[in-house]
Design a protein around this ligand. Structure first.
Ligand code: ADP
Ligand code: MG
Length: 595
């Protein structure tokens, strides 16, 4: 229960609904807990307790109609409160789910990479669903049953005081406390199994996401059967965990029922000795039943709470994770059009705090505005990390990265990133129209500007040949857009963005020769007047860069123009020679310069 308290704030906007639901619930509980047992002696007593039936029929009917009237009140109030609580639970979880998603948008990449995608999505769906169920149950059952219990208890006490003395009430209630033990025992068991089950759903979801992402590889390598076996195994583990929950949760009801039957038997024996009338006894027994019913339901609710707690255990680490990379308190701003000079001052960075050696080690370099700067080095040397740091996807451990002399940590993230455009090896197209995909480059661009950018990127022609041109949906026609075409869309986005800093991370690695020619041509126009950081595997591109950085195992080994590096830097010379002399090296981007 305490676990859920921080999330009650999600209820605040729903106050009015909640109040109405609670009123309905009180009405329901009164009708249920007190009304039903009260009805029995009140209605049946006058009608049946006297031997000679002398009541006027109208009087009998008046009394009899109290029964449907009570059920009408109970039914309507019960329905209204259940309906309102369902709505409240659903809304709370909607808000929580959106918060979760929004959090995922802002968490540092390195943090997200610790999780599997499928697991993260199952948290948003399966765990959130479980939690919704729990919150709804908690809000309605958690109020309804205690109130019914209070209603029924007050009837028992009232009946005992007015007719038979308090002893009867005490006997009736003797068994109730015993029910606490099975409830707590089952709760503990369920919590553990529920944790297993929810994390197993996460594993299944990761398996599924991973598998669907590699549909081609599965077929090419003949992994169908293996993948199915793995999935079946994970699925079986989930089933086992779920069956264990069911095993314990289902055992609770019969246990409490047997205990309450014992209580009823005890009451009967005791009542016989006191000479109570039948209709009064029926009232007490009904009340007694209505006392045990909430106990039973609260026991089940306890199991439900444990399942909810297990779900919350999986959502909370994400919801609570502090955002380490945030806007500064007193942000500085760059000029409206920054020049784009980038400087690394003694920058060190590691992904893990306890890494044996940093991924980037005391890098000092100034890249003047308007320079085309190529990053070269063996795979794993730190090239991608170097450019990601400029975007502030990670925060550095020591030193400073500046743009036009301003530390990037002093800029608002949105401002920093607005001045940088990226074209990466595998550009992402979202499930939307081509036009909207282009617009991501700069959401306030006009249609003319979008088309001009597409034209400059050599994308206009193929886009016009799509079934609905710019309004073709990428999701529907994903296969129509080849790797090279995606790349040109990414370049068009960069044209639109027109940022002073441009990052090309292996933008041309995955392309065929014809696409590459077109893309090289588009890129040549794109880079004009910008500070460009380029990671490429073709030395033809690199050779022309005015500045080349050689990164090896996180250290900046050398920097300068091609001729100078070729003459003085053995690592650079060997990388260069390796590629230009071996005809296959250019296609194989591992082992040489990139990836
Ligand atoms: P390059 O782009 O030059 O191939 P990277 O910058 O991708 O090199 O990687 C540099 C080093 O950092 C490698 O040793 C790599 O294993 C490690 N690395 C890269 N990304 C991560 C990450 N998200 N978490 C932990 N280590 C990483
Ligand atoms: Mg890389």
């Amino acid at each position: 229960m305490r676990r859920f308290r921080p999330y009650f704030r999600y209820l605040r906007p729903l106050r009015a609904k909640l109040a109405l639901a609670l009123v309905a619930l009180c009405l329901y509980s009164a009708a249920n807990g007190f009304g039903l047992p009260y009805l029995l002696p009140t209605v049946f007593g006058p009608i049946f307790d006297s031997e000679e039936r002398t009541m006027a029929l109208g009087e009998v009917a008046r009394l009899a109609l109290l029964i449907p009237a009570l059920f009408l009140v109970r039914g309507a109030a019960g329905y209204l409160s259940a309906y309102l609580f369902q709505g409240i639970g659903t809304r709370v979880l909607e808000a929580l789910r959106v918060d979760y998603f929004s959090k995922l948008q802002h968490l540092p990449l390195a943090y997200l990479q610790r999780y599997q995608k499928g697991d993260l999505s199952s948290r948003a769906i399966s765990d959130a669903n479980q939690l919704q169920y729990t919150i709804t149950a908690l809000a309605s059952e958690g109020v309804k049953h205690p109130l019914s219990l209070v209603g029924a208890l007050s009837y028992v006490i009232w009946a005992a005081l007015t007719t038979e003395g308090i002893a009867l009430a005490l006997v009736c209630m003797a068994i109730v406390p015993l029910c606490v033990f099975p409830v707590r025992y089952v709760g503990r068991k369920v919590l553990k199994r529920a944790q297993q089950a929810q994390s197993q759903i996460g594993s299944i979801s990761s398996l599924l996401t991973e598998n669907l992402g590699a549909a081609r590889e599965v077929r090419a390598f003949g992994l169908e059967a293996l993948a199915t076996t793995r999935f079946a195994k994970a699925s079986r583990a989930l089933l086992t965990a779920q069956m264990k929950i069911v095993k314990y949760a289902l055992a609770l009801n019969p246990t409490i029922e047997v205990l309450s039957a014992l209580g009823i038997a005890l009451t009967l024996v005791f009542a016989y000795r006191t000479g109570i009338s039948f209709s009064s006894l029926m009232g007490v027994l009904t009340a007694l039943y209505l006392c045990y019913e909430p106990v039973k339901k609260l026991g089940a609710l306890n199991s439900e709470l444990k399942r909810g707690a297990a779900a919350l255990d999986r959502l909370e680490p994400i919801l609570r994770e502090p955002l380490r990379i945030t806007d500064p308190e007193n942000p500085r701003t760059l000029a409206a059009t920054p020049r784009g000079e980038i400087a690394f001052e003694h920058v060190s960075f590691s992904y893990a705090p306890d890494a044996p050696r940093p991924v980037l080690d005391r890098i000092d370099i100034k890249i003047p505005a308007g320079t085309t700067c190529a990053l070269v080095g063996p795979s794993g040397g730190g090239k991608t990390t170097f450019v990601n740091l400029i975007l502030r996807l990670h925060d550095i451990d020591s030193g400073a990265i500046t743009i036009d002399g301003t530390d990037i940590r002093q800029l608002r993230l949105a401002e920093l990133r607005r001045h940088i455009a990226i074209v990466s090896q595998e550009p992402v197209l979202f499930n939307d129209t081509i036009y909207n995909n282009l617009l991501l480059g700069r959401p306030d661009a006009t249609r003319e500007e979008v088309i001009a950018a597409a034209t400059a990127a050599h994308a206009d022609e193929f886009i016009r040949n799509l079934p609905k041109g710019y309004d073709t949906n990428v999701g529907e026609h994903g296969a129509l857009v080849s790797g090279g075409q995606k790349q040109r869309i990414a370049i068009a986005r960069a044209f639109l963005r027109n940022a002073p800093i441009l990052i090309l991370d292996e933008a041309t690695s995955a392309l065929d020769a014809q696409s590459e020619q077109m893309i090289q041509d588009a890129l040549q126009r794109l880079v004009v007047g910008k500070t460009v950081l380029i990671i490429a595997h073709r030395f033809s591109t690199i050779r022309d860069a005015s500045m080349i950085l050689v990164l090896d195992q996180g250290r900046l080994v050398a920097s300068g123009p091609h001729a100078e590096l070729y003459a003085n830097t053995p690592l650079y010379r060997s990388l260069y020679d390796q590629q230009t002399t071996s005809p296959h090296a250019a296609a194989d981007n591992r082992g040489t310069i990139t990836a």
